[in-house]
Design a protein. Structure first.
Length: 563
């Protein structure tokens, strides 16, 4: 890959390092992220609950709070209408718990991915009316549910929509629509996840009822949903993630304890990567493979044995998901081998017969990462194609779909991820139209794989203390990526070996300082290194190697230049 090394202002780095009493490396990373003012940098490093914005700045929050408190006062039953992904599921968990603490009579509905599909349905509203529900609150969904809100109105039900997806101009005529991205909303942070918007409603309710002291306890679940939804981990999302991950060190919820245990994280300091690759996939698996009710029940059960049983079931479903994912990726690999031209297009579109609809989004994500191009994966089923897409930096995938909206039966999403449905005969035209759109909006350099580098380091610069300084920037994620460094002309002092037949591990040395280096899924470099001069330059991030009580940094390879 092309290494693009940042060139920050050295004067700003020295000023920041001096005023905050931090290392030059950490100051460099802050400047690279645009945090050049002392106050903004300090808040970024040590966010607190005081950094949360006033929820009443969000449009319609006042009306939503008044209606909910009235429903609680007169004992009207409330239905929470959620979504089946981690963001939607955690939003249900957070809002349900908060409403129960306020004394509400509350139930919830989460659609089944493979039966109901994405979004709200009028049939659910009609059943709710028959059951005496008077107030419906959506979480992580509903911003396009015009017909559903109209149905509720006819049946005498009030709707409060909480969502974070981009509206299409107008919003449904609900009693209240909470979405920082809607036109005219003055809420300053536009990047909240679905669970983040639901939490802002909870924050407003607790402010009104003098229960703000309980807000911190909710951030563990809010952090999981926020990190899983891959929203920018800056602003309020950083507050959620930083404080929530800190709380995960001592989980009180029995379901959360069981999930952490089954994920192999008990007694460990949980990072955003652990959430993204261990906790969230297990929550997501139940929604991908069927219904998400088990995940909600896991976090609301006080029965230790039931919680452990549910956690084990989520773990089993995740393993099943992994097996199906491997089969789909193998099938896709065969298609790409047979048609290499597919991967040379600006937008990759690949389809297959009866691929699991709950898994194709993961496949799209892995292909987009591998080829550095927006990718759509579609499953053909009885003349209908169900698709999921993932994008790359700088390409707005939802805008791309909107450029050929007439092709779809339904579609939705945001810049980086979309879902859609269309007739199978329209797939070739979809591919052509998307690539026409990409030709107008993507530059040639957008197609060249490159790696953003924060700084060049010598191995002598890398000590345990410097690793801990860098970790103050965590949690890492969108808009705050894990720092990447370059070290040049390193000597290899141990034979590169393979781990699990696909990961590469070896030891490097420079000026008398030696460190371990590991490259995940980089086993294909082993032979090239063996045949080299014994010297390499590495682009890498840092992780921590722990042996008994000893801790030392190690290099996690992002790219290798073999000399």
């Amino acid at each position: 890959m092309l290494w693009k090394i940042a060139e920050p202002n050295l004067v700003l780095i020295k000023q920041l390092a001096r005023t905050l009493n931090i290392s030059g490396v950490l100051a460099t990373l802050l400047v690279n992220r645009g945090l050049v003012q002392t106050d903004s940098a300090r808040k970024f490093l040590e966010p607190t609950l005081d950094d949360l914005g006033d929820p009443f700045l969000m449009s319609d929050v006042e009306a939503a709070v008044n209606r909910i408190l009235m429903a609680i006062h007169v004992k009207q039953p409330i239905l929470i209408y959620g979504d089946y992904d981690v963001d939607g599921t955690t939003a249900v968990i957070v809002l349900r718990k908060a409403l129960e603490m306020l004394g509400a009579d509350v139930t919830y509905h989460i659609p089944r991915r493979l039966v109901d599909g994405y979004g709200m349905r009028s049939a659910v509203i009609e059943r709710a009316a028959e059951q005496g529900i008077k107030l419906i609150i959506s979480v992580d969904t509903g911003i396009k549910a015009f017909d559903v809100v109209e149905t509720a109105s006819v049946l005498g039900l009030d709707c409060i929509i909480t969502d974070h997806h981009l509206p299409e101009g107008d919003v449904p005529k609900a009693l209240a629509v909470l979405n920082p991205r809607r036109t005219g909303c003055n809420y300053p942070d536009k990047n909240l996840s679905g669970v983040g918007v639901a939490f802002k409603l909870v924050q407003a309710l607790f402010m009104r009822t003098n229960k703000e002291r309980f807000l911190l306890s909710f951030l563990k679940i809010v952090a999981i949903g926020t990190i899983a939804d891959v929203v920018p981990l800056v602003g309020e999302n950083r507050v959620f993630a930083k404080l929530g991950l800190r709380g995960l060190r001592i989980p009180m919820n029995q379901g959360l304890k069981s999930l952490i245990e089954v994920s192999g994280l008990e007694g460990k300091e949980i990072t955003s990567a652990d959430v993204g690759f261990r906790l969230a996939p297990r929550i997501n698996a139940v929604g991908r493979m069927g219904g998400a009710e088990q995940a909600v029940e896991l976090f609301t059960s006080n029965d230790i044995q039931k919680a452990k049983m549910l956690a084990v079931e989520l773990d089993r479903l995740n393993r099943e998901r992994q097996q199906i994912e491997d089969l789909i990726l193998k099938d896709i690999g065969s298609k790409l081998d047979a048609e290499p031209a597919l991967t040379s297009r600006r937008v990759i579109v690949v389809d297959g017969e009866n691929w699991h609809r709950g898994i194709i989004g993961i496949a799209a994500s892995k292909l987009a990462e591998r080829f550095g191009r927006p990718t759509l994966v579609l499953s053909r089923e009885n003349g209908v194609a169900y698709g999921s897409g993932r994008s790359t930096k700088g390409f707005h995938l939802l805008n791309a779909l909107e450029s050929c909206s007439a092709l779809f039966d339904r579609f939705g999403g945001h810049a980086q991820a979309v879902g859609f449905q269309l007739a199978t005969h329209a797939i070739p035209e979809l591919c052509a139209r998307l690539n026409e759109f990409a030709a107008l909006t993507m530059k040639e350099e957008d197609l060249e794989p490159h790696l953003e580098i924060d700084a060049e380091l010598c191995l002598l610069d890398i000590e345990q203390d410097s690793f801990e300084q860098i970790q103050r920037l965590s949690p890492f994620g969108a808009a705050n990526p894990q720092p990447v460094f370059v070290a040049r002309n390193l000597g290899i002092i141990a034979e590169p070996r393979l781990l699990k037949e696909k990961h590469l591990k070896f030891r490097v040395e420079q000026d008398g300082k030696a460190l371990d280096a590991i490259g995940w899924n980089m086993g294909h470099y082993q032979q090239r290194i063996r045949e080299s001069s014994g010297r390499v330059s590495l682009a890498f991030s840092l992780s921590q190697n722990t042996f008994q009580t000893m801790k030392s940094p190690q290099l996690v390879i992002k790219d290798i230049l073999v000399h």
